[in-house]
Every structure is written in C-alpha cells, then in structure tokens.
Design a protein around this ligand. Structure first.
Ligand code: FE
Length: 197
C-alpha cells in the first residue's frame, strides 16, 4: 500500500465498497475500531513494562518467551502470535521498524501510528538510526550500541525500555502511566517529566 495523505480517503472508499458488497457490516467495523481505541493499545504494553520493572522473575520470562509472558497479563490476539521483547539498557538501545510495511505487535501497542508506516521512517532509521533518534530527542552517546530490529509477519518486536532513575518509590500502576507507545517502539526513552539534575 502506498502511504500518504490520502490514506483516510482510501480507507473510506474501501469501507464503502465492503459495505456495498455485503462483505462487512457497519456494526462489526465499529466494534473493531472501538476495541482498538479503548481496549487494545499502548496501555497494555505499559502494563507489561511496569510489571517487568517490578518483578524480576516476570522480566526473565518476558525476555525469554515474550508471547507467553505477555499472554499471562491477558494480552494476545492477531498480529501478536510471535512477539519478541528486547531490553534497552545503558549499553544497548533497540529501535523497531518494519522495513517492508508496518508489522507491529497489536496486542501490546494497538494499531501502528502513521509515522511508523511512513516510507521515510522505514528507510532512514536503518541507514541513519542515530540521526532519526536525535530528531525524536533521543540523543545517544557513542558508547551506546544502537540496534535496529526489523519486525515482520514472523516476528513482532517490542522494546522493554529502561526504567528511569528516581522512580524507586512508584507503584506498578504509577510506573505504567509513565510509559508511552514511542518508548516501546524505541524511538524515545521513558521520561518522568522531571528534568535531570
Ligand atoms: Fe510489515
């Protein structure tokens, strides 16, 4: 599919066609959109991250068998049959892309944002990851190894971001509230909203 500004128009045309031919009904489409707007999205991934930060045994299971550990929290389904979790540390920073199209771990992140599907992101993050990350405000030192991982229909990557300093006293729920979609794709780091000293 050709990404671009006419995406909404194409979607609308496709939906009209499906309805007209009786291949889908409005209620089903609305239900699906509702599920991905309210029940399946980055809030699921944030819960996975917060649990991993607070439960070392869970973290070990998550890094060893991502799909199974994520399913322990009730998150599974289409586009999440084989999820692999990669840990970001002070030494290694992972960032996820799908160079071919827009493969993405739906059960934990919902539907991919438009920039993730954009051909500029898909090609540039592979060629010049540090420059792309810097544009997101993620400036990494030369001592940090940057690994760009390519999601596909076989494997959907999910980043376990670094737990920020100064969050020792926060509850799992409070920690989850800090984690954003972009942190779990790896384009940004988790921020506490408090400037570093
Ligand atoms: Fe893809």
């Amino acid at each position: 599919m050709q990404p671009g500004i006419d995406l909404a128009l194409r979607t609308e045309a496709l939906e009209s066609l499906l309805l007209e031919r009786g291949l889908a009904d409005t209620k089903t489409i609305e239900t699906f959109i509702g599920i991905y707007e309210t029940q399946v999205g980055p809030m699921n991934g944030a819960k996975v991250v917060a649990k991993a930060w607070t439960d070392p045994e869970y973290k070990a299971r998550l890094l060893a068998e991502g799909t199974a550990a994520i399913a322990e929290l009730g998150f599974k389904g289409p586009q999440g049959e084989h999820m692999v979790v990669l840990e970001n540390t002070p030494a290694v920073h992972h960032v996820v892309v799908c160079t071919l199209c827009s493969c993405y771990p739906w059960p934990v992140l919902g539907l991919p944002p438009s920039w993730y599907k954009d051909s500029a992101y898909r090609s540039r993050v592979v060629r010049e990851p540090r420059a792309v990350l810097a544009e997101w405000g993620t400036v990494l030192g030369d001592d940090v190894e940057v690994k760009v991982v390519d999601s596909s229909s076989e494997v959907r990557y999910f980043v376990l971001p670094e737990r920020p300093a100064g969050t020792e006293s926060l509850s799992e729920e409070e920690l989850a509230a800090l984690v954003t979609r972009d942190n779990m794709v790896g384009v940004t780091k988790v921020s506490t909203g408090v400037a570093a000293p």
